[in-house]
Design a protein around this ligand. Structure first.
Ligand SMILES: [Zn+2]
Length: 367
C-alpha cells in the first residue's frame, strides 16, 4: 500500500482492493456453472486449471495486494475495526467460495475427460488389418498337392536352372530336337537351360530316391514364347511320376481319372488320345468332360464338351535306364499339366497374363 492509498478512508480502500480482487477472477467466473465446462476438451480444461491456480496464488497468497489490505484491520481505530473487518471477510468469503467452486468443477470435468479417453468402447467395430491373399495359382497348386498326397504321392521340388543332361538328354530328347534350340529354350550365358518342363524333376527324384516312387513336382517352367492371352514365357506345370513293378497304362488312366474327379466332381469323364513325347512310350494326351456344361458344349470347352488338359504316357525305357532302373523289372507312368491353363479355365480368365501382372484388384477376387 502506498501512502496515498493509506490516506483514503479504510472502508473505501478495502472496497477498491476488493473490486480489483474480484475482477482478477472475473474471466473464470462462468465456470462456476458446470455446464460451461461441458464443451472443453482435456487440454483446455487442464490449462484453465493451471491458470486459475496461478491467479489464486498471486491474488490471494501471502505476498498479494489483498494480504496487505487485510493488515489494515490492525491499523484502523477501534471504532472502525468491526466494519472494516466484516467487509474484508465478506469480500474474501465471496471470492474464495467462487474460486473453490470453479476448482471443484474443473477437477471433476478433467477426471471425466481422462476416463472417457482411456476407456475402450467395446461396441465399436474393430479395425481389420489388411490381409494378403493367396495367389490363384497357389490356391490351385495346393488343391492339386492335397489330392495327390491323399493318393500316396510325395511332393518333390526341383531346380529351375538345369544342365542339358537333365533338361533334355535324360528325358530321351535327341541331340537334334528343335526344343534344344535357342528359339524354344532360354539359356544362361554359361550354357545352362531354364527348365522347359518339370519332367526334369523325375530324373533328380529317381536318382536320389530310387524306385519304387510316387511323386508330383509342381513348379515354374520357361519357354521362349511371345506373351498373348493364352501364352506366357513362364508358367506353372505339375509333373507326376509313378514307377513300380507291374505298372501299366491302366494305372495311369485310373490315377488321372481319379485326380480329375476329385478336382472337378465325381461325374467327370476322361478321354485319352494317342500322342508323342520323347520321354514316354506309348504317349497320350488327356481331356476331361467340361466341368461347366458337363459335356453339352459351352464357351469354356469351345462347344466340344471336352477340355484338353495335359500329356501323359508310360515312362520310356531309355529314361529308366539312364537313372539305373532296369526297365525289364520296373515300369511306370508320367503325366504333366499346366496349372496356369487350369486356373484360366476354372476362373474363366480371358487372359492368363493377368496372373502375373500383380494387380491386387484382380488377385483379391480369389480365395
Ligand atoms: Zn463346356
Amino acid at each position: 500500500m502506498t501512502d496515498d492509498v493509506t490516506e483514503q478512508a479504510p472502508v473505501q480502500q478495502v472496497q477498491t482492493e476488493g473490486k480489483a480482487l474480484e475482477q482478477a477472477f472475473e474471466r473464470f467466473a462462468r465456470f462456476s456453472d458446470p455446464a460451461a465446462l461441458a464443451k472443453l476438451n482435456l487440454e483446455t480444461a487442464t490449462a484453465i486449471q493451471r491458470e486459475l491456480a496461478d491467479v489464486r496464488t498471486s491474488r490471494l497468497g501471502k505476498k498479494s495486494a489483498w494480504a496487505s489490505t487485510k493488515k489494515l484491520i490492525g491499523r484502523v481505530t477501534p471504532e472502525e475495526r468491526p466494519v472494516v473487518g466484516q467487509l474484508v471477510q465478506e469480500i474474501e468469503n465471496r471470492v474464495v467460495a467462487l474460486v473453490d467452486t470453479i476448482e471443484i468443477n474443473l477437477k471433476s470435468h478433467i477426471e471425466q475427460e481422462r476416463t472417457a479417453r482411456e476407456s475402450i468402447d467395446v461396441t465399436l467395430p474393430g479395425r481389420r488389418p489388411p490381409y494378403g491373399h493367396r495367389h490363384p495359382i497357389t490356391i490351385l497348386r495346393e488343391r492339386i498337392e492335397d489330392i495327390f498326397v491323399a493318393l500316396g504321392y510325395i511332393i518333390e521340388d526341383g531346380r529351375e536352372i538345369e544342365t542339358d543332361f537333365y533338361n533334355f538328354t535324360a528325358l530321351n530328347i535327341p541331340e537334334n530336337h528343335p526344343a534344344r534350340g535357342e528359339a524354344d529354350t532360354f539359356y544362361t550365358t554359361d550354357g545352362f537351360a531354364l527348365r522347359s518342363q518339370t519332367s526334369t524333376v523325375q530324373i533328380h527324384a529317381m536318382q536320389r530316391r530310387g524306385v519304387p516312387i510316387r511323386m508330383i513336382a509342381p513348379g515354374r517352367v520357361f519357354r521362349r514364347d511371345t506373351p498373348d492371352p493364352t501364352h506366357n514365357p513362364m508358367f506353372y506345370q505339375v509333373e507326376g511320376l509313378c514307377v513300380d513293378r507291374g505298372i501299366t497304362m491302366a494305372h495311369l488312366k485310373g490315377t488321372v481319372t481319379e485326380f480329375l474327379r476329385r478336382m472337378f466332381g465325381p461325374d467327370t469323364v476322361t478321354r485319352f488320345r494317342p500322342s508323342y513325347f520323347p520321354f514316354t512310350e506309348p504317349s497320350a494326351e488327356f481331356d476331361f468332360s467340361c466341368f461347366k456344361c458337363k459335356g453339352a458344349g459351352c464357351r469354356i470347352c469351345k462347344n466340344s464338351g471336352w477340355i484338353e488338359l495335359g500329356g501323359s504316357g508310360m515312362v520310356h525305357p531309355n529314361v529308366l535306364r539312364i537313372v539305373g532302373v532296369d526297365p525289364k523289372v520296373y515300369s511306370g507312368f508320367a503325366f504333366g499339366l499346366g496349372i496356369d491353363r487350369m486356373c484360366a479355365l476354372m476362373y474363366e480368365l480371358d487372359d492368363i497374363r493377368l496372373l502375373f501382372e500383380n494387380d491386387v484388384r484382380f488377385l483379391e477376387q480369389f480365395e
